[in-house]
Design a binder for this molecule. Structure first.
Ligand SMILES: *Cc1c(COP(=O)(O)O)cnc(C)c1O
Length: 402
């Protein structure tokens, strides 16, 4: 590492620790705070000095190879966002007007927008209260002649029951697009999330464990899709082939868009990816502390804590409580905020959102989704969360229930 980058690292590290300590004394605990490994600026400099900062430069290559090797993924293409990865997957499976896609309503709009942009219709399925993931026991009854795909969402980085989903998909010849936006570096039965379905979609948004501000990746598990994916990602042209010297000029091949990030962004991301296991370790410690300190709430029937099924190794993306009522959830949130602690609820069920209503869905259609989402509260959680910050949060939660 050069002197400059070492200085920058010290500078970033020191500033941030001091800032965090000051915040603690001011009793201000944010919900999320991006953290840096210290190598980001160094790699960005190197990308700039390489003279080529458009897409698919040296750092894009480094990130893709890193992810392929680490997750044992056949092919990984970096994208601008998790949203872009979902859209790319939806183009690849050739969805058309009138097709149906099975997905949870308890998710981010991007999961659904991606296939609705192709003209497909969402068939929302309720979630299981243990994991907040799609309830696989309800999926079979929603499969019709029009069903083309399932889009499972791995909430909080805890895997859906991929065994059952893959079985159903095989039986009915459906594509599986894993929304693994929150599940980077999580596993299901020794396979990394994103590498199990037809495609996996990762997000490197600032709020995720490993981030680049904005960013994402598409994991291609069926390599028959690779050549077309490269074309769609590059405005519908075979420019990727041209770069590799496989064709002497590049031309328009089919519909596509621009889904590739600048190499400056990839340089930032690479600095984060290199630290992925360290980040997961840090987050496990925070998760375990919350879990051990708050499990009494579950014993006393006051709140439900996250549950990790036996087949899952999570990435500790978040920690949440599910209170007994919406009112109790709102009270706790308000109480914590008077102590300077920001806690937040999460997805508003899509079927009860304005767009969901336009599609004909109404309150009561998915009772578990509605009940759980109204009672869920996410606690402050970031890679560099200080021990004293977490102790303070836990103390205030204990006080509230006393
Ligand atoms: C974050 C997230 C997305 C969107 O990812 P972006 O990178 O912000 O586009 C999609 N689905 C889920 C479940 C997410 O949590």
């Amino acid at each position: 590492m050069s002197t400059i980058s070492r200085k920058r690292k010290d500078c970033i590290g020191k500033d941030r620790a001091e800032e965090a300590r000051a915040r603690y004394h001011m009793r201000h605990i944010p919900f999320n705070k991006p953290s840096f490994t210290g190598h980001e600026l160094h790699y960005i400099c190197k990308a700039v000095l390489s003279g080529k900062i458009s897409g698919d430069g040296i750092y894009t290559e480094k990130c893709s190879r890193f992810l392929e090797k680490k997750f044992n993924a056949p092919r990984v293409l970096l994208t601008n966002s998790g949203t872009a990865a979902l859209e790319l997957a939806s183009i690849l499976i050739d969805l058309k007007e009138g097709d149906e896609v099975i997905a949870p309503s308890y998710t981010f709009p991007s999961t659904i927008n991606a296939f609705m942009l192709r003209g497909a219709k969402p068939v929302f399925v309720d979630i299981h209260p243990d994991t907040m993931n799609i309830d696989v026991s309800l999926v079979a009854s929603r499969i019709t002649r029009k069903t083309r795909a399932i889009y499972p969402v791995h909430y909080a980085g805890i895997s859906c029951d991929m065994g059952t989903i893959q079985e159903l998909a095989k039986k009915h010849d459906l594509a599986v697009v894993e929304d693994a936006a929150q599940g980077v570096n999580s596993k299901y039965k020794n396979e990394y999330l994103g590498t199990i379905g037809t495609f996996g979609c990762y997000s490197f948004h600032e709020t995720k464990n490993v981030m680049a501000g904005e960013g994402g990746a598409l994991v291609i598990n069926d390599t028959r899709f690779t050549a077309r994916a490269e074309i769609i990602r590059e405005k519908g042209t075979d420019r990727s082939k041209h770069f590799r010297g496989e064709v002497d000029k590049y031309t328009w091949q089919e519909i596509g868009s621009s889904y590739l990030p600048s190499d400056v962004l990839a340089a930032f991301l690479f600095a984060q990816l290199e630290a992925i296991d360290e980040i997961t370790r840090k987050r496990k410690k925070i998760y375990d502390t919350y879990f051990d300190s708050l499990r009494f709430l579950e014993k006393e029937g006051k709140a439900k804590l996250p549950f990790v099924p036996v087949d899952c190794v999570p990435n500790f993306h978040m920690f949440y409580l599910v209170l007994q009522s919406e009112n109790a959830r709102d009270e706790l949130m308000k109480d914590l905020s008077t102590h300077g602690i920001t806690s937040v609820f999460h997805f508003i069920p899509l079927h009860t959102s304005p767009m969901g209503r336009k599609l004909g869905w109404k309150d009561g259609d998915l009772p578990v989704t509605e009940s759980m989402s109204a009672r869920l509260l996410r606690l402050p959680f970031y890679n560099d969360m200080l021990e004293e910050e977490q102790v303070y949060v836990i103390e205030k939660i204990r006080d509230f229930f006393r």
